[in-house]
Design a binder for this molecule. Structure first.
Ligand code: AMP
Ligand code: ZN
Length: 194
């Protein structure tokens, strides 16, 4: 079994329990090194493998697994997500920040990405990374809020759409340049830095 499947060793006291990798955010939510801001209901942490110069995750303490568990009753919680997004934009006035959720998250516990559009980071390596933030796979915060308010929830995307979004041809998120591969895209992104 891979190291990733075995998970990290974590827990409290002397008996450390293995925790599946997909639960890793739960540890970071309690880690003072990761935490940027806490309220009664929500915590903002730094993404451990940032895919841009600025990359935060906003998570509720309530045990909500993903956007697909959200209903109208979570409206005020989601509105507070928006407030924290506004605060982060205020803190990083020099950057262009977007907020949204992956249509098919890999990690458990609902989490909203707040990420800068530069997409400059050594952790951004694959086409899947790129397409997960630059295609419709990234569902904007406002769409999720609207979905729960107006439709009472969010509909899952089909496997076909998931596959096609992940295999979308590379295209720069700041101009029409179509790079041949990820190294060329990463080099190109540097040309957009002011
Ligand atoms: P996703 O589930 O695809 O929406 O994204 C999960 C995000 O969590 C990715 O951006 C990862 O870089 C990030 N991540 C993975 N493990 C951790 C961790 N232990 N602490 C903080 N961020 C993490
Ligand atoms: Zn470009």
């Amino acid at each position: 079994m891979s190291k990733r499947k075995l998970g990290i060793m974590t827990g409290s006291g002397t008996t450390k329990q293995p925790r599946h990798w997909s639960l890793g955010l739960l540890g970071s939510m309690e880690d003072p090194e990761s935490i940027v801001k806490k309220t009664e209901r929500i915590v903002v942490i730094r993404d451990k493998y940032p895919k841009a110069k600025i990359h935060y995750l906003v998570l509720p303490y309530e045990d909500i697994n993903s956007i697909y568990k959200l209903t109208e009753k979570h409206t005020s919680l989601l509105e507070e997500f928006g407030k924290l997004y506004e605060e982060l934009k205020e803190k990083h006035k020099e950057s262009n920040l977007r907020a949204g959720f992956h249509a098919v998250p890999s990690m458990q516990r609902l989490h909203m990405h707040v990420i800068s559009t530069d997409m400059i980071s050594p952790c951004l390596k694959t086409k899947v990374h790129w397409n997960s933030f630059t295609t419709r796979f990234f569902i904007p915060y406002q769409d999720v809020l609207k979905g729960i308010k107006e439709d009472g929830g969010i509909k899952k995307i089909s496997n076909e759409l998931h596959k096609s979004l992940m295999s979308t041809e590379l295209i720069c998120n700041q101009c029409n340049f179509k790079p041949k591969n990820m190294p060329q895209l990463k080099e190109h992104l540097l040309t957009h830095v002011k």
